[in-house]
Design a protein around this ligand. Structure first.
Ligand SMILES: Nc1ncnc2c1ncn2[C@@H]1O[C@H](COP(=O)(O)OP(=O)(O)OP(=O)(O)O)[C@@H](O)[C@H]1O
Length: 695
């Protein structure tokens, strides 16, 4: 192989096994097989404008057993990668597809043996995106050497890449495909790496150019699946940055490890640039959301529980420009808390498997580039207002939620243990619940743009509550953050090692396909430095953080949002306006607007993220313990609610309600967080936020 050869295409775009060899792709087909696929072919990106980004080629497989081989037609288009196995007569025997919706990204690289070199020069195949992991690796390495930051990468010279004479280029395609371990088991997502080896040219640069062509075609296809807000308008090939907020105290306190091991690798594979902040104290996230410029980010991801997400929503609603920000920033969650109601509800709503790998599913949701409008409920308390995305509770469930905090070390099991305890020591509460039944018309249409005209007009003005905020104080928060895009090339080594079975003698200069189906996922943690949060900058900064946090609480920030359509909390409600009342002794009231309150609590099966409805569930005093136990037991399957309301259990779809407890003590929670006890009223604001959803 002394000279480069031009690609040899037949005029109809097909290829012939006997023609002059062209490029080489080598692969072991998807995980079930160890076959090696080697094929001759012509890349025939056809000229039609509709399909100008499609690429295809003919390949052959060479089985590990000597002598047997198969011809494949491989195509990349809007549906993904399609592999058609052809018989010697040209008829299709078998077809496999790796769907575009399951593919997260790809990388071009060189062989394992030059891993270190390849790391430093991984940009050889990159698109020039300075945020891409490949480029950041290069950039770091260059910075170390000469302090210069390359603005663009180019294919490196052959000398730089000298590698035992192998001039192949590889394209690794990362996909997470739905699989079942057995007929009875649940679907789950499994990481699959398709490895394409390009070796038909006798120079690495030419092979890499070919690999890069497929890489770019794939990126183009992937970008077609993204909603506008996720794409950098100044460069259609780039994704916008993600802001990640991580609560190290959520759940059992392993958020950092979870992010490092399971989220960061997926973001890197998808070439999604992100900035990570680790929260230092309660209200850190809401301060950050309410005071920072957010236009650099397309979305905010909470790595934590529902409490952290609650802070993010409320921080956004403390911004004067909430109306501009909300439609342009999608919110996501990686479940690391103890309840995780929102993450479970999102997965449920989109039939995405949850239980086997909840964090992986959520990470894939974050990179999906899709979002949906989500209802937010404004809750008016005596002294302030709060925004809520999950639930408002009074009585039994709130008692369990808060009182079981002392059992935090048991993780999700704390709820079960305390439920049994509270059942044995049952409490009742007196009060009045007034509500406005929900209209079904004009609801669930979604988003600000989808709202009815009168509502839209209301949203154009905003009303503020409470004290004046000393914004300057909050803006003093240091502005440093850490770009955490990292390259993890060593994980590819395992896949490349599958390449040893290539039958070199079959054809030394023809395209071949190697789908190195690998369930091996070696994730390497990224640098510790990314965990420096704002308060880590210096002791001084830490002190100023503490000061800022305490002054933040003293001067509780004002909220913005659409004007309320409800009377003030101390004003009477008139039946003439449609208000209905339930009064007396209650075991609990729980108002919910997501399907799940926790991973195992399918509380409002009929709820939808954007139905403009609060699902109000009341349990009256006098219910027998067995009846209550059965209600609580069936919550996990969502079969606890009666078809028709009975004297003890009532399910009321409402658009607003008011709770007036007659006792002077008890627990009230909003999104699982305890708030001051007393009267409150709530109204739904249909679809005013955007939440990230699976593809
Ligand atoms: N660094 C921190 N230290 C202490 N508390 C924090 C920190 N960051 C956030 N918090 C607070 O921790 C509370 C709980 O956090 P989070 O919701 O993430 O976890 P969780 O309570 O375990 O999960 P869930 O709400 O799903 O049950 C939130 O109210 C948040 O304000």
């Amino acid at each position: 192989m002394n000279q480069s050869h031009e690609k040899n295409s037949s005029s109809d775009g097909t290829s012939s096994m006997g023609s002059t060899p062209i490029a080489t792709i080598t692969a072991t087909p998807t995980p079930t097989s160890n076959a090696v696929v080697v094929a001759t072919g012509t890349a025939d990106g056809d000229g039609e404008s509709n399909h100008r980004h499609d690429v295809s080629d003919t390949f052959y497989t060479s089985q590990r057993k000597k002598g047997s081989s198969h011809v494949f037609r491989v195509r990349l288009d809007t549906t993904g990668f399609t592999l058609q196995r052809e018989s010697p007569t040209g008829t299709t025997i078998k077809e496999q597809t790796v769907k575009i919706c399951d593919i997260v990204g790809a990388r071009c690289m060189r062989l394992k043996k030059t891993r270190r070199l390849a790391m430093a020069n991984a940009c050889a195949c990159s698109s020039g995106n300075p945020n891409s992991p490949a480029n950041s690796a290069t950039s770091r390495s260059n910075n170390r050497n000469n302090g210069a930051t390359p603005s663009k990468c180019s294919t490196a010279s052959k000398e730089e890449y000298a590698c035992d004479g192998d001039v192949s280029a590889y394209l690794y395609v990362f996909a997470y495909v739905l699989k079942k371990k057995s007929l009875r088991s649940e679907l789950h997502r499994e990481r699959t790496v398709l490895t394409l080896r390009f070796r038909s040219f006798d120079s690495f640069e030419d092979n890499m150019r070919e690999a890069d062509r497929w890489y770019r075609a794939l990126r183009w296809q992937l970008h077609q699946t993204l909603e506008d807000i996720f794409v950098d308008r100044t460069n259609e090939e780039r994704r916008r940055r993600v802001l990640v907020l991580l609560n190290p105290k959520s759940g059992s306190g392993n958020g950092r490890e979870v992010f490092n091991m399971h989220v960061s690798p997926v973001l890197n594979e998808a070439e999604v640039p992100y900035d990570l902040y680790v929260t230092k104290h309660s209200n850190f996230a809401s301060e950050l959301m309410s005071t920072r410029r957010l236009d650099a980010w397309c979305c905010v991801v909470a790595v934590g529980g529902d409490g952290l997400f609650h802070e993010i929503v409320n921080g956004l609603m403390q911004r004067e420009d909430w109306e501009q920000v909300l439609p342009n920033i999608a919110l996501g969650i990686i479940p690391c808390g103890s309840g995780n109601g929102l993450a479970r509800s999102i997965a449920h709503g989109y039939n995405e498997p949850y239980f086997s790998k909840p964090v992986l599913g959520a990470a894939l949701t974050v990179i999906s580039g899709r979002s949906s409008p989500m209802d937010v409920v404004r809750v008016q308390l005596k002294e302030r207002s709060v925004y809520s995305f999950l639930s408002i509770g009074w009585g039994f469930i709130s008692d369990v939620d808060i009182e079981s905090e002392r059992l935090r070390m048991f993780g999700y099991q704390r709820f079960t243990i305390w439920t049994l305890y509270r059942l044995a020591n049952l409490r009742t509460y007196n009060g009045r619940v007034s509500y406005l039944p929900s209209h079904q018309t004009g609801q669930g249409v979604g988003g600000l743009e989808g709202m009815q005209e009168p509502t839209l007009r209301m949203l154009q003005s905003s009303r503020s509550y409470n004290t004046t905020l000393n914004k300057q104080q909050l803006l003093n928060v240091p502005a440093s953050f850490h770009h955490s895009v990292e390259c993890l090339p060593s994980e590819f080594a395992d896949v490349i090692s599958l390449e040893t079975s290539i039958n070199q003698s079959f054809r030394s200069r023809c395209d071949s396909w190697l789908s190195g189906g690998s369930r091996r996922s070696y994730y390497y943690s990224i640098s510790e430095s990314i965990y420096h949060s704002l308060a880590d900058e210096s002791d001084l900064a830490e002190q100023s953080q503490i000061y800022a946090a305490s002054s933040y609480l003293e001067n509780r920030p004002q909220n913005f949002g659409p004007p309320s359509s409800l009377p003030d909390l101390d004003q009477p409600l008139s039946p003439e306006d449609g208000w209905q009342v339930e009064e007396g002794e209650f075991i609990m009231m729980h108002a919910v607007y997501q399907t799940h309150l926790g991973i195992d609590c399918h509380f409002a099966p009929k709820a939808q993220m954007n139905d403009g409805t609060i699902h109000l569930i009341l349990i009256r005093g006098g219910i027998s313990r067995p009846h209550l136990l059965s209600f609580l037991y069936n919550m996990s399957s969502g079969t606890h609610l009666p078809e028709v309301n009975n004297q003890y259990v009532k399910v009321l779809p409402v658009r607003a309600f008011r709770l007036e407890p007659h006792d002077n003590h008890g627990i009230i929670t909003i999104d699982g967080e305890r708030v001051e006890f007393g009267p409150l009223q709530a109204e739904v604001l249909p679809g005013i936020a955007r939440v990230m959803v699976p593809k």
